[in-house]
Design a protein around this ligand. Sequence first.
Ligand SMILES: C[S@@+](CC[C@H](N)C(=O)[O-])C[C@H]1O[C@@H](n2cnc3c(N)ncnc32)[C@H](O)[C@@H]1O
Length: 271
Amino acid sequence: MFEPIYRSRPGADALAPASADQAEEIAPGLWCSPGLSNSYLLTTDEGRVIVNTGMGFEGPVHRANFDAVDSSPVRYIIVTQGHVDHECQFVAEHLARVSPRSILDIGSHRQFVLGLLAHYLVTTVDVRPRRSVVGHEIVLVGDARSLPLAGACADAVVSLCAVEHFGLGRYGDPFDPSGDLKAFGEMTRVLRPGGHLLFTTTITNAAPSIVFNAHRIYTLPMLREMSRGLELVEERFFNPELPGFCRPDEVTTVPHRWNVYMGCLRKPLAD
Ligand SMILES: C[S@@+](CC[C@H](N)C(=O)[O-])C[C@H]1O[C@@H](n2cnc3c(N)ncnc32)[C@H](O)[C@@H]1O
């Protein structure tokens, strides 16, 4: 029988996808359909407002529960849990501040890279072959563990939600337990002195782990060790259970869960 991959991961036993057969009214006109990720319905005279839609596979349960309460049109869907929004904001702010002439991107979200291409010259590296729809994108197919680039060639290196995957084979790259550390060394090598590395990844205040072959989950000391040799400009943290960015001590302590680390680092100028 088909077994979804998340069932084989540590902590899967504790996961309880949405299964309630009705939504609960938690305040007048405000309904909750519980699940792995709760979904909320606000009924108004002008239609329905949904706050968060749950995990993809929970959608039909939440929808049926809310349709039973009110079948008027859905006017707005508000998504409050997207870590991607926060990390893109962080990186975009820092890029605007340092105005790089050239950017090297390694494995970031495609939509973000397309946005960067509107303003910057971007070279993209990813282990998976792809073709660009944007004429001026320089597309390189390669392994982050050994970048096909000369040293000190980039004003800025950007890598969102990628380093935790390098060397785990999930995307077809060779298995290499130190793939993340090697890739970090490569990102530093190709950065020009004074250039900036902007990266985002997983973080926990519990024990670090590898959820094979999905991703690694790091602690702050591990990330600090990885970026030793670079100067810290700013770091931020995001926990979807808290509004906005959070403090490092507010990062999750639940084993095998992860929150988001965002770092802006500068390569020191040569002596
Ligand atoms: C989680 S994805 C990043 C976000 C994703 N591209 C998206 O749009 O949601 C990680 C990216 O890193 C790339 N990748 C994984 N291992 C790699 C490696 N060793 N070298 C270069 N790229 C790699 C993958 O192909 C993938 O595009």
